[in-house]
Design a protein around this ligand. Structure first.
Ligand code: NAD
Length: 499
């Protein structure tokens, strides 16, 4: 069954400023077709627990059709002159920004982040489309010296082919654009499986792309559960590369699926990142960086700096500054302009975080702030911003990714101990260093085992820089030229000089 696209503005209007949005139905997008399916699942507003939309859950047949549509579209897309490909991406960028306010509201309704954060995610997400529209024009081959004067050796880059992109729910727009924009710039086509928790922004982004003139089939959208839909997609033999962002547990399954058929895979996985505050740091500034690294997006950040290593000389003062900032943090309806922290995105994630708070009680951790220090909204999936101090390195809360607003702090005696404890971790996504001496912070950063190090700054993944982790935090890099390279094959051609 199929039906034609809703004009994007109508689609958005039905959610935004509407009190009866739960009747909105979201189809799959396969080639030119908006496909309805026999079964649906619900998307919920985490601030109220109410239904927001019904989404078409696809079947194995739909998955096969989507991969075939991407393969057919890919034959034409890779031949579209780069200038034209770039112009289409640029038009998509312009239209995303034109819809910024509505997209942001939709994201807040579905994911629960405050409006200011959602607006930031749209603007920031769009900037990646703009970047890769330009980067497409910079894809260059090389001519290398050959072993004989009569031979010519050329190195060329070609699109990998059909990409399966699988994304999580914490930054639904950004995590998908990080894959779609470079893949399209490279000349690849995609089948995307957004998180079943937050499928709407990616749907809207796809609708906007069609409106911008991107050919049907260059990206296809399948909705549904990870095991039921994501897993068969990753096993599909016509997928040439899998680009995955999500948890380590699922990442390992994706890697196994990629091994079957020897397909490429990139994995952006979890983190348990350190923030080191040195003894010469300005306390107020350090407290601001610590807050930004853990309570933004209610702590549902892969790059959350959730382990605080603070020099013992300033630890009490910093903890006091953090406690007063936590007390001042406004929790509530994320649509309300005053709100600084919204709910967890799902009841499931709230329960996961609460289970860690139970572990903390069993382990006897020292609580500086938690749910006993404030009242929470009486509906929705809220968890109070929480801070434990003097957490033992053996604690599960110190070692495991919680993915919520839970900060664990430890005192350190010197730089050497800070570095040792920071690196004593299975993950290596990011790290932050705060110091009154930027040179000292930068030097210390070079000794940290992480794909990204921020000093005297926080949560700043720039489009022109690389993104990706050391150790268990993943394989491969997104963004910048590295992001584009992930969707290109390298090939050389050698033979007699023809001229
Ligand atoms: P998740 O692994 O549960 O799900 C991610 C996606 O995989 C979803 O779309 C899900 O439906 C799908 N999936 C589930 N089982 C699958 C299977 N067997 N085969 C294929 N796909 C399957 O992760 P989540 O809860 O959505 O997201 C949170 C995790 O994502 C955290 O660990 C976080 O650190 C990580 N993350 C990492 C980055 C990064 O850049 N490194 C960015 C954002 C989130």
């Amino acid at each position: 069954m199929s039906r034609s696209a809703l004009p994007i503005s109508d689609f958005l209007k039905r959610y935004v400023n509407s009190e009866t949005s739960s009747d909105v139905f979201v189809p799959a997008l396969i080639g030119t077709e908006h496909r309805e399916t026999g079964t649906t699942f619900n998307v919920t507003n985490p601030a109220t627990g109410e239904q927001l939309a019904r989404v078409a859950e696809v079947s194995a047949d739909d998955t096969r059709d989507a991969v075939a549509a991407a393969e057919i579209a890919g034959n034409a897309w890779k031949k579209v002159p780069v200038k034209e490909r770039s112009a289409l991406l640029r038009r998509w960028f312009d239209l995303v920004l034109a819809h910024r306010e509505d997209l942001a509201q939709l994201m807040t309704l579905e994911q629960g982040k405050p409006m200011a954060e959602s607006r930031g995610e749209v603007t920031y997400g769009a900037s990646f489309i703009e970047f890769f529209a330009e980067e497409a024009k910079r894809m260059a081959g090389e001519t290398l010296p050959s072993h004989g004067a009569d031979k010519r050796l050329m190195v060329l880059r070609e699109p990998i082919g059909v990409v399966a992109a699988i994304t999580p729910w914490n930054f639904p727009l950004v995590t998908s654009v990080w894959k779609v924009a470079p893949a399209l710039a490279a000349g690849c086509t995609l089948v995307i499986k957004p998180s079943e928790v937050t499928p709407l922004p990616e749907q809207v982004m796809a609708e906007i792309a069609l409106e911008a003139g991107l050919p049907a089939g260059v990206f296809n959208l399948l909705h549904g559960d990870g095991e039921a839909i994501g897993a068969p997609l990753t096993r599909h033999p016509r997928i040439d590369k899998i680009s995955f962002t999500g948890s380590n547990v699922v990442g390992e399954k994706v890697m196994q699926a990629a091994a079957c058929g020897t397909r490429g895979v990139s994995l952006e996985l979890g983190g348990k990142s350190p923030i080191i505050v040195l003894d010469d740091a300005d306390i107020e500034e350090a407290a601001d960086w610590v807050m930004a690294g853990i309570y933004f997006n209610a702590g549902q950040i892969c790059s959350a700096t959730s382990r605080l290593l603070v020099h013992e000389a300033i630890a009490d003062e910093l903890h006091a500054a953090l406690a007063s900032r936590i007390d001042a943090l406004v929790l509530g309806d994320p649509l309300d302009a005053a709100t600084q922290m919204g709910p967890m995105t799902s009841a499931r994630q709230r329960d996961t975080v609460l289970s860690y708070l139970n572990v903390a009680r069993e382990e006897g951790l020292t609580v500086l702030r938690d749910g006993t220090h404030r009242s929470l909204p009486n509906k929705g999936y809220f968890v109070a911003p929480t801070l434990y101090t003097d957490v033992p390195v053996t604690s599960r809360l110190w070692r495991e990714e919680i993915f919520g607003p839970v900060l664990c702090s430890r005192r350190v005696a010197d730089e050497a101990e800070a570095i040792r404890l920071a690196n004593d971790c299975d993950f290596g996504l990011v790290a932050t260093v705060v110091s009154g001496n930027a040179k000292r912070a930068q030097q210390l950063g070079r000794r940290l085992r992480a794909g990204v190090v921020w000093y005297n700054s926080e949560q700043l993944p720039l489009v022109q820089a690389s993104w990706g982790g050391f150790k268990r935090s993943g394989i491969g890099r997104e963004l910048g030229p590295w992001g584009l390279a992930g969707y290109l094959e390298v090939k050389h051609i050698i033979g007699p000089v023809l001229d």
